[in-house]
Design a protein around this ligand. Structure first.
Ligand SMILES: [Zn+2]
Ligand SMILES: [Zn+2]
Length: 636
């Protein structure tokens, strides 16, 4: 038998991948699972039935496939622990999930039981039981699982679907499973059971409600610590909680998925919009605004009616059908068509803060991150085909510089033609290869998302990484040959005729302002940098006789364009400082007898107090606020 691994070919006569790796000095304890000719394979499973050259890959916890195997094996350990403590519990299924694993049991469990089960799991891990695969006949598997009704049901299904039946054994515990698994239970070095939930057998409400136990596990103890820290930190940073505490926005049952912005939230949103305008105007963008309600015929022409209807809301005016716009494109196209266009005005970059409505299922709504109405910082670029690659590069660079302002790392993904789409394959070939050329020429690391493009064109999506290492999809650049065709867009070329079709690029930088604000709240944990903070300075009076003085200083700050608030309550000064700290303002100024415009005690968010005059303080803040503008090449 021959094995090809990491670009090299080996001759091998042994039994398992583990043996192969060990005999060639390729073994490492980090390797969790193998893949043979595209099929996942236990490291200890005998290599039978293979001829010719085997393509071997191996995976560690750093790989998605390695993680799945690790977490799925942990689910078996969980089931084993439950069976030891509660022998009458019936076991159902136990898959890995995006973070961790679960197992469903037919037994009632309490929070106290979780602790006990976790302890028992640690014992199973310590015993470092070998995990062995068994191939089973239908009859043998029925006998083996005669006391497990859920497994018996699965055996029937698998058998009917023509699957080969198999089970895995670790110590006294055997589970019906396709595998693969880790070689032994000792690979798991840290485990934590997270929570209990109810779950219907097979997700069907007509079936019995089972108890689902969620857990997480890792190959290193520190990794669990880091994970738990991240979870705690994420809870503290939850934008819904901070949004309430900082008085930015609220959500109400009366409008599910629709955001109620409070004054401070609007201030924040306006800062982002002003910044956007400065950046875009400086980069040659125009700004337009198009209606949110447009007639049905327009949406039929754009293709939204056939390919996007499920996400749209509709209304009637004078008995005529209209749709609430889910995208701004048709509106932008009508502006383009309002007069003849010439190559001389290309690239024509038309920006729009467009309020779009998209129907999302109520179950997926999540604070500002998943809403039903949002402002898109949209723009449509109309240009000649020869210009499109350059223009896409400009957009990618623009997005990169704006993300730098917020300290976001990011990676890009190229999404290709979906099943449900408009346009010919030739057009899609051309558009997809143009996007891939652009990311290659810009030396960007990228991933391909097959079939995830918009219905009218492929796209480059930007996934940003926040301070907790979580990724969010925000900006997008989409290349579109289809809409210009469907709307018969033309321009006058160098030959003086209008026999020319422009290319259309759709793009956003923030993506959705709602979502972007949500991400920023969690990214900064509510501690916004000075230029973004809705309240930058809080002035506190020591006694009532200091109120006038504090007001006059505050007014001078406001005159200069800063955002200042007061606290003149009759509370102790330490209490007032504490309150201002909770509001996460950038600077606190306590005004007492000794304080004046010539000498103020400026306290920053870290609690450091610095003496300076009002003028010096203003200069200091001006400098701080100019930073983001410098990054994008603006004066501020
Ligand atoms: Zn399994
Ligand atoms: Zn568009």
């Amino acid at each position: 038998m021959k094995i090809r691994y990491n670009g090299k070919e080996y001759v091998f006569d042994g039994k398992t991948i583990e043996e192969f790796l060990k005999s060639n000095n390729l073994w490492s304890n980090e390797i969790l699972v193998a893949e043979i000719n595209g099929t996942k394979w236990d490291l200890t499973r005998p290599l039978t039935g293979f001829t010719g050259t085997i393509e071997l890959k191996t995976y560690t916890f750093d790989d998605e496939k390695g993680k799945q195997t690790f977490w799925h094996t942990s689910a078996h350990i969980l089931a084993q622990a439950v069976k030891r403590l509660f022998p009458h519990a019936k076991i159902a299924i136990g898959p890995s999930i995006s973070e961790g694993f679960y197992y469903d049991f037919d037994i009632k469990l309490s929070e106290d039981d979780l602790k006990k089960i976790e302890e028992e799991m640690k014992k199973v891990i310590k015993e470092n039981l070998k995990i062995e695969r068994m191939e089973l006949s239908y009859d043998k598997s029925k006998k083996m699982f005669k006391d497990e009704p859920y497994k018996l049901e699965l055996i029937e299904d698998f058998n009917n679907e023509g699957y080969k039946l198999s089970a895995y054994k670790q110590g006294e515990f055997v589970d019906l499973c396709q595998g693969p698994h880790l070689p032994s239970t000792g690979y798991v070095k840290a485990v934590k059971l997270i929570k209990l939930a109810g779950a219907y057998w097979r997700g069907d409400a007509r079936n019995k409600m089972l108890t689902r136990v969620y857990g997480i596990s890792f190959p290193k103890k520190e990794m669990l610590k880091e994970y738990l820290y991240r979870i705690e930190e994420a809870k503290k940073r939850d934008h819904r909680k901070l949004g309430r505490e900082l008085d930015l926005f609220s959500l109400h049952e009366e409008g599910p998925g629709f955001v109620f912005w409070h004054h401070k939230g609007i201030v924040l949103r306006n800062i982002l919009m002003d910044f956007w305008r400065k950046v875009h105007y400086a980069n040659g963008y125009q700004e337009v605004s198009t209606p949110i309600i447009l007639c049905k015929e327009l949406w039929i022409q754009s293709g939204h009616w056939d390919h996007y209807k499920d996400n749209m809301y509709f209304t009637k005016i004078d008995d005529k059908d209209y749709a609430i716009k889910p995208m701004n494109c048709p509106g932008g196209i009508l502006v383009y068509k309002s007069r003849p266009r010439s190559y001389k005005e290309f690239p024509l970059k038309m920006g729009e803060f467009g309020l779009v409505h998209r129907h999302e299922l109520s179950g997926v709504l999540h604070g500002l991150l998943r809403v039903r109405a949002f402002i898109q910082d949209d723009a449509h670029i109309f240009c000649e085909e020869e210009q499109m690659k350059h223009e896409i590069k400009q957009v990618v660079k623009l997005v990169g510089s704006v993300y730098k302002v917020f300290g976001f790392q990011y990676h890009v993904e190229v999404s290709t033609r979906p099943e449900d789409r408009v346009g010919s394959n030739e057009i899609w070939d051309k558009a997809e290869s143009a996007l891939i050329e652009v990311v290659k020429e810009l030396n960007l690391e990228y991933k391909i998302n097959e079939g995830d493009g918009a219905f009218y064109g492929p796209k480059i999506d930007f996934h940003i990484k926040d301070t907790l290492g979580r990724t969010w999809q925000c900006a997008t650049v989409q290349l579109d040959f289809n809409m210009p065709e469907r709307f018969n867009l033309t321009y006058m070329g160098r030959d003086g005729t209008y026999n020319h079709r422009p290319v259309m690029i759709h793009r956003t930088v923030y993506g959705s302002l709602e979502r972007f604000v949500g991400i920023l709240i969690e990214h900064y944990a509510g501690k916004f940098p000075l230029w973004l903070n809705p309240v930058q300075v809080k002035l506190l009076s020591v006694a009532d006789r200091h109120i006038e003085k504090a007001k006059s200083i505050g007014e001078k700050l406001v005159e200069k364009g800063f955002r200042a608030e007061y606290d003149f309550e009759n509370l102790s000064i330490s209490k007032k400082v504490r309150n201002a700290e909770l509001e996460k303002v950038n600077y606190i100024i306590v005004i007492g007898d000794k304080d004046s415009e010539e000498s103020l005690a400026i306290r920053n968010r870290e609690g450091k107090v610095e003496k300076m005059s009002l003028q010096q303080f203003i200069e200091k803040m001006k400098k701080e606020i100019a930073e983001p503008y410098k990054i994008v090449g603006l004066k501020g």
